[in-house]
Design a protein around this ligand. Structure first.
Ligand code: HEM
Length: 676
């Protein structure tokens, strides 16, 4: 070690530094967890007891599970939907090429494989979760400090090794030289000898001094290394905040209808979401605003929580959800203001500096409602497929007659009625929907008495649950080449209606996977770059969370990827944290910007932002429902009764639903029977 120029003292310093760093991260993580797991005892009551509901799809038939199971009691091979989807994102390792030959068999194997694999992937998910969580909180603590520390240590090692080696080599050379000199003048006169020895003595003293100086320099270097590592890390964070270089896609605000052109830099996120580049968080406007607000919250002189409710809603609707979550973590008042599921106790006058942070009424709910309106609601109001899905939900709701379950919901989640009312009235009151909305089907005219049939604990929770489940929810059952055939890939939706027949990998293969997220299957086949380019032209909904913005911006040279051209006249603003309606021109012009929508090469599905807890909950529920659906399909339909298996999806308004394709290729939606 000494040879390498590192002393025990140095090592101790580094170890202490790392330990302190770890402690800091651990403490931040704890505070994050506290921020995101307000009430972990949310026993999920997904609505599984609805009996009957009408399908809005032309081809759709409606049966209750009980009805169907009584039709056919044969005990044949189980079919179940494969474990793909928005909710579970995992690399498939099954032998998919065999799938075409024995579709049902493999589908089931795949499901079972994934079900067993889920526990092993759990650990990884948990690791990702922490990172995800920290990242969501905007803390940028995904190992950043340690990377810098590591680089600094390497730097230190290399430099000190070089210095000490050089020093020892030069001193050895010097001593050799002096010995040679001494030998050459072996019998010098005494005066000369004395002169010589004193010169040697002074030289060796000089050497000792220079050694001491070098030692000192080494120590200083170590300090400067640590200092540089720390400053570099913090500079990188502040650089992120001050980013001013690149163009950001133009963004409109739903409240004031003004366009905000913002500049931006493409900052890759951490490894856990490697493909995800959420530039919205880095946009100057939102970042500056965010910093202002943090300063306000921290200096105590002026508090954003004291602003009028309207102003708060407007302010927060400029921010991406990630920043809002960060703000939630800053202090209790922030959390009180932004987390509508959090029943924060009032702060005492002493701890709040004389101010009473009373409950903020409906403001937190309205803030998340505004965010939902900004990021997601258009798919339910402006997009035909989404509209149909929403109407289907309302039908489910209307035909649900389990009063007990509804009462239970209200008892467990006192705010659920209000949330449901807000959601229904927001979507239903949209002009484009009203025209198609059957008046007799309006759930109690979206009045406040409408009671939800599945858990709606908070609007914030709904926001993130919708973000996770919208894809499988909206395109469920869209697997017909005659009417509509949609497929989900990497978080986006693709209309493959006119392509199915020409698919080189057979029509059946594609039909089997359509109507849901098929990323895992798509990637398992190792599609070529050409296939990925081809898919680009079929994209109908872009998920802003699952785009590589840097590829898009760098490749195209301009930020305005998807100009607003909404048919409804509504603002189709560029919403990097939500869903975007692309135009054919915008997609066609980006055909060569490879990798921004669909990764260039085989890759894991792209994650979108969101709370890990919600994702994990949905994953577990999906797994449970898949098992139940497979068992039910086996008993009720048998192997010949359906094509592909029973698929499940989460309806954000009504809970888990099932569907399958029968042998005549009609889509059948099934109300899951109540668990016994
Ligand atoms: C928009 C979606 C899709 C497009 C545009 C597409 C396009 C293509 C293309 C162009 C090929 C020829 C080989 C290549 O160039 O890679 C191909 C092959 C194939 N595709 Fe797809 N595909 C899509 C989705 C899917 C999905 C979801 C599956 C599900 C399993 C699938 C299964 C296959 C199979 C099995 C092959 C044959 C592979 C082979 O022969 O090696 N495709 N696809």
């Amino acid at each position: 070690m000494l040879l390498l120029g590192v002393e025990l003292q140095d090592i101790l310093r580094v170890v202490v530094g790392i330990a302190l760093g770890l402690l800091t991260v651990y403490r931040r993580e704890l505070s994050c967890n506290r921020g995101y797991h307000p009430d972990d005892d949310d026993d999920e009551n997904d609505a599984e007891g609805s009996r009957y509901y009408g399908s809005l799809s032309e081809r759709g038939k409606i049966h209750t599970a009980e009805q169907l199971s009584s039709h056919d009691g044969r005990n044949i091979h189980i079919h179940s939907s494969s474990r793909t989807g928005l909710i579970r994102r995992r690399k498939s390792s099954s032998a998919l090429p065999n799938m075409i030959a024995s579709v049902h068999q493999d589908d089931e194997h795949h499901r079972i494989h994934n079900a067993t694999a889920s526990s092993s992937s759990c650990n990884k998910n948990n690791t990702d979760a922490t990172e995800e969580l920290l990242e969501s909180a905007g803390l940028s603590l995904s190992g950043g400090p340690f990377l810098y520390m590591f680089i600094a240590m390497i730097d230190h090692l290399v430099l000190t090794t070089y210095l000490s080696t050089w020093a020892s080599v030069s001193s050895v050379l010097h001593r050799l030289k002096s010995k040679v000199d001494v030998r050459q003048n072996s019998s010098p006169p005494p005066s000369l000898h004395h002169e010589k020895s004193s010169r040697l003595h002074s030289e060796s003293r000089r050497h000792d001094e220079s050694d001491a100086i070098m030692q000192q320099q080494k120590h200083q270097h170590l300090y400067s290394v640590a200092w540089n590592a720390a400053t570099e890390y913090f500079t990188s964070i502040s650089a992120k905040l001050d980013t001013t270089q690149q163009q950001h896609p133009i963004r409109n605000h739903p409240f004031n209808n003004t366009r905000h052109s913002t500049n931006n830099i493409a900052t890759p996120r951490s490894k856990s979401t490697g493909n995800l580049h959420n530039l919205s968080s880095d946009s100057i406007t939102s970042r500056a605003l965010f910093r202002e607000m943090l300063a306000m919250a921290n200096n105590g002189g002026f508090d954003v929580t004291l602003l009028p409710s309207d102003a708060q809603i407007v302010i927060f609707s400029y921010l991406p959800p990630k920043d809002i979550l960060s703000f939630t973590c800053t202090n209790r008042a922030g959390r009180c203001l932004l987390d509508d599921g959090y029943e924060g106790e009032e702060l005492s006058s002493a701890s709040s500096g004389g101010l009473h942070y009373s409950k903020h009424g409906d403001t937190p709910l309205l803030i998340w409602k505004a965010l939902f309106h900004r990021d997601y609601s258009w798919v339910l109001t402006d997009w035909k497929v989404g509209k149909d899905a929403f109407l289907k939900s309302m039908n489910n709701y209307l035909h649900h007659d389990d009063e007990q379950q509804q009462q239970q919901q209200v008892r467990h989640f006192p705010k659920s009625r209000k949330i449901f009312h807000h959601l229904i009235s927001m979507v239903a009151s949209d002009s484009t929907t009203v025209t198609t909305w059957p008046t007799d089907r309006m759930p109690e005219d979206a009045s406040a008495t409408a009671t939800p049939i599945h858990s709606l604990s908070s609007m914030k929770e709904f926001y993130f649950t919708f973000a996770e489940s919208w894809l499988n929810y909206t395109i469920a059952g869209c697997n017909s080449p005659n009417t509509k055939c949609l497929i989900g890939l990497h978080g986006h939706v693709f209309d493959i209606t006119h392509f199915v027949e020409d698919h080189p990998g057979s029509t059946e293969t594609l039909l089997l996977q359509s109507g849901r997220d098929a990323t895992v299957f798509f990637e398992s086949m190792g599609h070529s770059l050409g296939a990925r380019k081809l898919a680009l032209g079929m994209c109908v909904v872009v998920n802003g969370q699952c785009i590589r913005w840097d590829a898009a911006v760098n490749g195209s040279g301009d930020g305005d990827l998807f100009p607003r051209n909404n048919a409804s006249g509504r603002l189709s603003h560029f919403a990097p944290c939500g869903l975007v309606k692309p135009t054919h021109e915008s997609l066609a012009s980006r055909k060569d910007v490879l990798g921004f929508l669909i990764p260039r090469r085989r890759s894991l599905p792209r994650f979108q932002g969101g709370l890990h807890r919600i994702r994990e909950r949905l994953r577990q529920e999906e797994e449970r429902d898949l098992h139940r659906a497979a068992r039910w399909g086996n008993v009720a339909l048998g192997m010949d009764g359906m094509f592909g298996g029973v698929h499940v999806y989460f309806d954000p308004f009504c809970g888990w639903r099932w569907w399958y394709t029968d042998r005549e290729f009609n889509v059948v939606f099934v109300t899951p029977p109540r668990p016994s």
